[in-house]
Write a protein that binds this ligand. Structure first.
Ligand SMILES: [Zn+2]
Length: 119
């Protein structure tokens, strides 16, 4: 086969992989935003995919205090002054929301844009 044919083939392969790479890099990350509610009101939100360094965030509710540990793609209730600390024992949020009943605190991750779609 002539050399120029190979040059064309390689150029096409390069162009396709570049396009795929750009599409993958610029694609919006799927919902990884954690929302913190107290009494049904949004008090804090954080995009977990953009967290570089783990940090603690203290939520002061009218009923007590919860300390959230926020890290990359991970959120949990690290400490709380509720009686049974069931929220702390729930560990990391995966799927079902973290709930602190005595403090009326809920932490959940938006799976997608269902809220804006249904509007
Ligand atoms: Zn609790």
């Amino acid at each position: 086969m002539k050399t120029w044919v190979w040059v064309v083939i390689v150029a096409v392969i390069l162009a396709v992989s570049l396009t795929v790479g750009v599409v993958l890099l610029t694609r919006q990350p799927q919902g990884n935003v954690a929302y913190v509610y107290v009494d049904g009101e949004l008090v804090y939100q954080v995009d977990l995919s953009k967290v570089d360094q783990p940090y603690l965030y203290t939520v002061n509710t009218p009923y007590g205090t919860n300390v959230l540990e926020i890290a990359k793609d991970s959120i949990r209730i690290a400490d709380a002054d509720c009686p049974h600390k069931e929220c702390v024992e729930q560990g990391r949020l995966k799927g079902s929301p973290l709930v602190c009943l005595p403090h009326r605190l809920v932490v959940k991750i938006a799976e997608d844009d269902a809220d804006s779609v249904s509007r």
